[in-house]
Write a protein of this length. Structure first.
Length: 210
């Protein structure tokens, strides 16, 4: 099937929303006070069989915003040294603008009106992205302000697991613990999990969304 019709299908699949899988690494759990340190994201596409698959990726290390809090316990878990000279981190303003441009470009290609965030415990990721946009006066936020797809709920339904690593393994997807807590790695595994669940549903009931 030619590429263009597949792109047109994406605008119909989720009510005009472009699905974007996102994971962030942070300096804590408070989106207003704690640093945003990494963004990992993937857009999705529909193949010739009507299945979702990974399309493109975005990854960026982010400099802590001025006076940002960074909980040592959170940094111990994600293994990030926020001021390491080889992080090649970008200022939060630039990182978020580039991230939104990445999404907006794919939205236009697929005739989607807005993006919808997919993640594992998605509200934390959405809150951090929204807080960073607000801090930097970025008004063109492509994401729906509160609607999300959360693989915690989907994996609980499909596999009886809510922890990402266990859900991924229950779905028959490879998981490497030593790579976990990298934003792009966790986002990639979340994307693979989401696609597998959605494709399993499509195969069982057909393309009812067309």
């Amino acid at each position: 099937m030619p590429e263009a019709p597949n792109k047109a299908l994406m605008s119909k699949r989720f009510r005009g929303f472009l699905p974007v899988v996102v994971d962030v690494e942070t300096g804590g759990f408070n989106s207003k006070k704690d640093a945003l340190l990494e963004i990992g994201a993937l857009t999705l596409k529909i193949d010739e069989d009507g299945h979702l698959e990974i399309n493109d990726t975005f990854a960026c290390h982010v400099e802590p915003f001025p006076n940002a809090n960074m909980d040592p316990k959170s940094l111990e878990v994600n293994g990030i040294d926020p001021f390491h000279p080889f992080r090649m981190a970008k200022a939060e303003d630039k990182a978020v603008r580039e991230f939104f441009k990445f999404i907006s470009t794919d939205m236009k290609k697929n005739d989607c009106t807005r993006a919808i965030m997919i993640g594992h415990n998605t509200m934390m990721d959405l809150n951090f992205i929204n807080a960073a946009a607000d801090r930097n006066n970025i008004t063109r936020n492509p994401f729906h302000p509160f609607s999300t797809f959360d693989t915690v709920s989907l994996a609980g339904l499909a596999y009886g697991q809510t922890v990402l690593s266990r859900a991924v393994e229950a779905a028959g997807i490879e998981w490497h613990s030593d790579k976990a807590h990298s934003a792009l790695y966790d986002a990639t595994k979340t994307a693979e999990l989401f696609c597998k669940i959605v494709n399993r549903w499509r195969d069982s009931v057909g393309a009812v969304w067309i």
